[in-house]
Design a protein around this ligand. Structure first.
Ligand SMILES: Cc1cc2nc3c(=O)[nH]c(=O)nc-3n(C[C@H](O)[C@H](O)[C@H](O)COP(=O)(O)O)c2cc1C
Length: 185
């Protein structure tokens, strides 16, 4: 992705174009954002995830996960997350502040139906993700729709940093209709 342009509107559009590219192209920079949550113990927790959906009109992105993974417990306790993307080629950092809903069961039947068989193995480790085991291979998988969750991340605010010459930064808020504001980098 190249220069985000010179207007706030162009920057906003660039962010959503990058997110959309991440969903459809496994090699795009936004394919693998870092998802940060507030841990149930109060410590920050960050991990890489695959971006599965990006809806510019609704301002929503989605991530798939195992319902028994610790991040789901984090989000059920504190339904807030940050997503971070770095586009090294475009020298652009995107940070999204999100309000997250954990969707399961009938609400995610459609998405589960589109998960390829091999990928389904990611949703069903026994014992569950993060559980202590005697050795590194001492776990199995019992994948199924009951273990599948979609993290529906409603973007509330964005922070965008472009490391060009000069460095430039902008903030965008849902509350003001994504009007945007230039910020000191
Ligand atoms: C390249 C890459 C992609 C990943 N994609 C996902 C993903 O889409 N969903 C997911 O739950 N975990 C994904 N993971 C694993 C997470 O980073 C994390 O290790 C795991 O979900 C457990 O996190 P938790 O204990 O914080 O819940 C991915 C890891 C890597 C390295």
């Amino acid at each position: 992705m190249s220069d985000p342009g010179t207007t706030l509107a162009a920057w906003h559009a660039t962010v959503w174009a990058m997110l959309a590219a991440g969903v459809r192209d496994a090699r795009a920079p936004a394919r693998l954002p870092v998802l940060a949550t507030v841990g149930v113990d109060g410590w920050p927790q960050a991990r890489m995830v695959v971006l599965r959906a990006a809806d510019a009109v609704a301002g929503v992105v989605e991530v798939h996960t195992d319902v028994l993974s610790p991040k789901v417990a984090d989000l059920r306790t504190t339904p807030r997350a940050a997503l971070q993307v770095w586009d090294a080629g475009g020298r652009l950092q995107i940070r999204l502040r999100c309000a997250v809903r954990v969707l399961t069961g009938a609400a995610v039947q459609g998405q589960w139906g589109r998960v390829p068989d091999l990928s389904r193995l990611a949703y069903g480790a026994v014992p569950p993700p993060g559980a202590p085991v005697p050795g590194p291979g001492d776990y199995g998988t019992e994948p199924g729709p009951g273990r599948f969750a979609v993290l529906r991340c409603e973007v509330m605010a964005m922070d965008v940093l472009h490391l060009g010459t000069p460095h430039r930064r902008a903030g965008f808020d849902r509350a003001d209709g994504w009007r945007g504001q230039w910020l000191v980098p």
